[in-house]
Ligand binder design. Sequence first.
Ligand code: 3HC
Length: 313
Amino acid sequence: MISDPHEAEFQALIDSDQRIEPRDWMPDGYRRSLIRQIAQHAHSEIIGMQPEGNWITRAPSLRRKAILMAKVQDEAGHGLYLYCAAETLGVDRAELIDLLHQGRQKYSSIFNYPTLTWADVGAIGWLVDGAAITNQIPLCRCSFGPYARAMVRVCKEESFHQRQGFESLYALSHGTPEQHEMAQDAVNRWWWPSVEMLGPPDTESTHSAQSMAWGIKRFSNDELRQRFVDMVAPQAVVLGLTPPDPELRWNEDRGHYDFGEPDFEELRRVVSGDGPCNRQRAAHHLAAHDEGAWVRAAAAAYAAKHPATSAAA
Ligand code: 3HC
């Protein structure tokens, strides 16, 4: 029995699967958990521009370049919607970016891997965006309204991203033997980090139980991991590429694919800052932020001047 009327009202909204809006009362823990998750998600979208941005100048054709530029710009847009959603919880975007720079907030492990060949761009679209959508579609039903609404648009764009990755890898896989080998090598390197990016196993997930009780998360990390493998395993067959998991096979009894144990020790290492590109990604983000200081100052000066200009007009 909840005695606090605010809490009872909040719980009633959660229980009836309605949305919590920014002006509604919410427990401090709910607010903190959302800020943590949404900020981490926003940082991931922005830092996620780096590995693929690396290939914009070297895309193999004008068509591929145009697609990649649109995709990387989409990621910037996703970051912005997400920072706006976080701001409705009473934090400032600048504050969140400072926390990222101080190492007090995280971004997704997956963006700490290098993009060594053009095929990596296809593998990121197919696998990384595939894992991201698997995680994000249920977030469209997240109990916090602004986050759920941002996710609807993000997911539409992410599904285009996954399709383009699949199509790009398909072209390589069915191209010359060298192109096929390059596609297979990219899948060998991106498969496990993509399976791992869905988070630690349920037994080690610190936030899942509470986040699920609050309707922030709808499925556990392991449930989403299974969904992801079930989606991409048959797609690999169409691509003509072999996932680097000898234990991957359809299990008729379970109605799901069985798969090998991900290397969660590697996930822990990468999350704690010791992945192949953590230092490079963080340094690049910081440098880009510093170099953009004049743009922020100019935008703020324009905004301050603008009302006077409009009043005079
Ligand atoms: N990378 C970095 N940190 C991770 C992680 C990962 N792959 N998986 C888990 N963690 C962190 C958690 O943030 C938490 O650390 P914290 O307490 O310091 O915040 C800790 O590991 C324990 O994990 P939990 O399972 O308890 O954490 P959650 O319940 O928050 O679940 C999550 C993790 C599934 C990533 C969840 O936060 C989530 O759904 N986030 C929103 C989606 C998101 O951020 N996706 C990132 C990729 S975005 C993307 O790929 C963009 C694209 O365009 C491709």
